[in-house]
Design a protein around this ligand. Structure first.
Ligand SMILES: Cc1cc2nc3c(=O)[nH]c(=O)nc-3n(C[C@H](O)[C@H](O)[C@H](O)COP(=O)(O)OP(=O)(O)OC[C@H]3O[C@@H](n4cnc5c(N)ncnc54)[C@H](O)[C@@H]3O)c2cc1C
Length: 290
């Protein structure tokens, strides 16, 4: 049963920030409600005030600038990201991630800000966005701060958000030439969270040597994990089957998965190896085709 609360509907971002400052830890933001209402129904979150930011047009946009890259407002729905022609053309991996994220119903209501702020390590967007070197913009009455998304996650369902702060925007730098990014998850139920997921971004120089590499794991620990020792295996080299195998082993060691009702720790590590191999190869193939 959901405990009683007062429902607040700010008309502007400024009003929402004032409400957050007034009610401090006695309030919660609600946007699409797709994750929050579940944990409220389970009694895991109890709050006196719900501040509904879903209708704030100031937070719902997708823009692109050649120098600054992509900016997505926090209240932009998953469906809007999935359907955006701009994103399909410039950041196809994000459109692909969205296609397999939850059901259309959830994607129609759930938002990118809610997905990231929820801090669920099985979320699909964070690994893909971290692979793309995204940053997250947070606002409060005291001003704005922008941090790498990679640093936003601090623990199990915990983020760097302070009391009084909102996620307002996700920023993705322009895609550099000769780079490609791929993401996939292994899930038992179609369009559900993955047992694990792997994102891989590869950047090569003019000779085809791997210059940049980011491998990011989802549901392989309490936060999205950069598989840095796997990245090191590939940087400075040309990808081949033996290196891929070595990188996949390293990614499985970088992970810190649990055993639960969905999968054992061993099975998760096995899946990480399989998906790392596939995603690095997919990104490698894309970059060589371009
Ligand atoms: C059936 C189902 C299947 C799902 N499958 C997937 C999946 O396959 N992959 C995946 O990644 N996700 C999945 N999800 C999660 C889904 O993506 C999220 O529920 C949704 O994106 C959350 O967005 P929301 O706007 O509904 O957030 P809400 O539920 O409104 O909020 C979630 C949390 O974020 C906070 N919050 C919301 N917006 C902000 C903000 N702007 N600033 C600060 N805090 C904020 C809230 O206080 C709350 O703590 C699934 C969910 C459901 C219900």
């Amino acid at each position: 049963m959901i405990h009683d609360f007062t429902y607040l509907k700010p008309g502007t971002l400024q009003e929402a920030l004032s409400m957050l400052a007034d009610y401090k830890d006695e309030c919660k933001i609600i946007c699409g409600g797709q994750s929050l209402l579940i944990v409220m129904r389970q009694g895991l979150v109890v709050t006196d005030h719900l501040i509904d930011i879903k209708g704030l047009k100031e937070l719902s946009y997708i823009t692109y600038h050649e120098k600054e890259g992509l900016k997505i407002g926090a209240a932009t729905t998953h469906r809007a990201v999935e359907k955006s022609e701009l994103i399909k053309q410039r950041y196809p991996v994000l459109a692909e991630v969205e296609k397999r994220l939850a059901s259309i119903q959830v994607r129609n209501w759930g938002t990118i800000g809610g997905n990231l702020a929820h801090g669920d390590s099985s979320g699909d967007l964070a690994p893909a966005l971290i692979a793309l070197d995204a940053r997250i913009k947070l606002s409060s009455l005291n001003g704005n701060r922008i941090m790498p998304l990679e640093e936003f996650y601090t623990g199990l369902f915990e983020t760097a958000l302070n009391n009084g702060e909102l996620v307002v925007e996700v920023q993705v730098p322009p895609v550099r030439p000769r780079t490609a990014t791929a993401y996939s998850k292994f899930n038992l139920i179609e369009n559900d969270q993955g047992i694990v997921g792997v994102a891989a971004m590869i950047g090569v120089d003019s000779k085809g040597t791997c210059k940049d590499m980011r491998i990011v794991l989802s549901n392989a620990g309490v936060i999205p994990i950069r598989a840095k020792s796997a990245e090191k295996v590939l940087i400075g080299k040309k990808v081949n089957d033996a290196l891929l195998e070595e990188a996949a082993e390293a990614a499985a060691s970088d992970a810190d998965p649990v055993s639960d009702i969905h999968a054992s720790e061993e099975f998760r590590r096995h899946l990480i190896k399989v998906l790392t191999t596939r995603m690095v190869r997919q990104a490698w193939d894309q970059v060589n085709l371009a």
